[in-house]
Design a protein around this ligand. Sequence first.
Ligand code: FAQ
Length: 318
Amino acid sequence: MSELETKSLEERFNQRIANDEKIEPKDWMPEKYRKTHIRQISQHAHSEIVGMLPEGNWISRCPTLRRKVALLAKVQDEGGHGLYLYSAAETLGISREEMFDQLHTGEAKYSSIFNYPTLTWADIGTIGWLVDGAAIMNQVALINTSFGPYGRAMIRICKEESFHQRQGFEIIMTLMNGTDEQKAMAQDSLNRFWWPALMMFGPRDADSPNSEQSMLWKLKRKTNDELRQAFVDQTVPQAELIGLTIPDPQLKWNEDRKHYDFGDLNWEEFWQVVHGHGPCNKQRLDARKNAWNNGAWVRDAAMAHAEKNANRELKQAV
Ligand code: FAQ
């Protein structure tokens, strides 16, 4: 393709983005747009499936049968989200094997939040309330992302995440209506998860290498800092309503800005966790690698079955 032709395709593409048109997998797109989407969508998918692990840890120890049914369904939903997202990324020309390989070798990231342990039952409530709450804040904005398959996957995912958020909040509310020990358990869980939940939104805008281009392409519709602020503004009143204290002495309503001011995050900790040195990074990756290796026979059997059927159909056709 000549330089002139590429330039005119690029102009047409930029015009479509400016008009808020969706870009579909077979449409022409700049190579960098394709690669950036593979990066973000596959990392999002990895986050969903690694995210099954901290909660999976409590399925056999739920306090009641009702809680167990809800948690089982939630963890399955997260697996489903991962599958939609892997499929969306595959439309851009990467295979699932390649994506898993990138996860297993550490080339692809997944959300830092899932490298923290779930020590008590209250953590299951906190994950639903804060982690799904933060995920929705980010994902509702992504419904309007420019790449069609990603935006459409988000519609269903957001519906399910908002149910997860409510079930988590209801667990914490129940604990806050309970004994002193239960209240202390809920507060301790909030103390441990508050800052890691704020880290889910990524580095400050000034330190985010991908944001500027992703905002121009309308892959991201809001910046990391905008979403983090919206999450704090939404969550602080929820904590106050049920008698929990946000572990941030600098947290204060700012009447001029009409937003909460809050303390700075521990960015050293954030980057340590992102680069593989968090409390559970090794455990999480080992679990995923084992799942992939132990599932090899299922994939092989499915392929052999498909091949056998295809051969049978071919023979019948001859
Ligand atoms: N953890 O330039 P930016 C969920 C990386 S789903 C780890 O700002 P970007 C559901 C980033 O990848 C949660 N790495 O990057 C659930 C980049 O590295 P790279 C996941 C992080 O992409 C709930 C580098 O730092 N949600 O929770 C993190 O523009 C409950 C520089 O950062 C999504 O993935 C982090 N927190 O913005 C499941 C949503 N932050 O790739 C189970 C979609 C940044 O250049 C239970 N993703 N990094 O090597 C996004 O919106 C964006 O990718 C951001 C990062 C906002 C995460």
